[in-house]
Design a binder for this molecule. Structure first.
Ligand SMILES: [Ca+2]
Ligand SMILES: [Ca+2]
Length: 235
């Protein structure tokens, strides 16, 4: 009984906020739903919006929220992240997961990565919207509103999939991302004693994730590096 209360006290003492709140890194949302839109269909009309990450640390993508005008409820938008191919979408990196449902009319829809997707500092990415079924409009503002934020707008494209032609229509969206928090080993968004236990398990198993000082071997210095990052918290 005494041991149990000690453990609870220890767990409470070790619990600090990991502060892994999502933040908006680029946005021209909500826009003014002007007459300009990008009409998306299954073949000839797809849309790309590109942005460059700020230099420095990597971020974990939480969601891309897009302002869409849905024309039929059985529409199946496809939203993907592409690398940069010289000012236009280059190579497909990941396909985002659609929201649970769509309803007729204009609304905001969040598309989230399937698992974890890292946005690398300084890299350029393109959001590419196409359709597996049906048509919809990705709303834009008139006059055009350039997305701004920590990330930098690099361009817009339109055309057959994947969209390669430069476009002046800047569709309405925002991207949310979080700091990658390496010390939050169990991924619950908080730094607790369970992250210490997770570290110990990884270390004991010889898992390279436990190589926190990155020297290729697991030593006491990895414990110290983990403890330092844990104490510093996550932003
Ligand atoms: Ca944790
Ligand atoms: Ca090491």
């Amino acid at each position: 009984m005494k041991n149990a209360s000690l453990l609870v006290a220890a767990a409470a003492a070790f619990t600090v906020s990991a502060q892994t709140m999502a933040e908006v890194i680029i946005s021209n949302h909500p826009g003014n739903d002007g007459t300009q839109t990008a009409g998306i269909n299954e073949s000839t009309r797809t849309k790309g919006m590109g942005f460059t990450m700020p230099g420095g640390s990597d971020l974990t993508l939480d969601a891309v929220t897009m302002r869409l005008d849905i024309n039929s409820v059985d529409v199946a938008p496809v939203v993907e992240i592409y690398s940069d191919g010289g000012g236009a979408p280059g190579a497909l990196l990941t396909t985002l997961v659609n929201p649970a449902s769509f309803s007729l009319g204009i609304d905001d829809y969040a598309f989230a990565p399937d698992g974890s997707f890292t946005l690398v500092g300084g890299e350029t990415y393109w959001i590419v919207a196409s359709s597996a079924s049906g048509t919809y409009d990705w709303k834009a503002s008139s006059p055009a509103e350039t997305p701004t934020g920590l990330a930098t707008h690099v361009g817009a494209t339109f055309g057959a999939y994947p969209p390669a032609s430069s476009s002046s229509i800047l569709t309405t969206y925002f991207v949310e991302a979080s700091s990658a928090c390496r010390a939050d080993l169990d991924g619950d968004g908080q730094l607790t004693i369970f992250d210490f236990l997770a570290f110990q398990n990884l270390f004991d198993a010889g898992d390279p994730i436990a190589d926190f000082d990155g020297d290729g071997s697991l030593t006491i210095f990895d414990f110290l590096a983990f403890q330092n990052e844990f104490d510093a918290g996550c932003e």
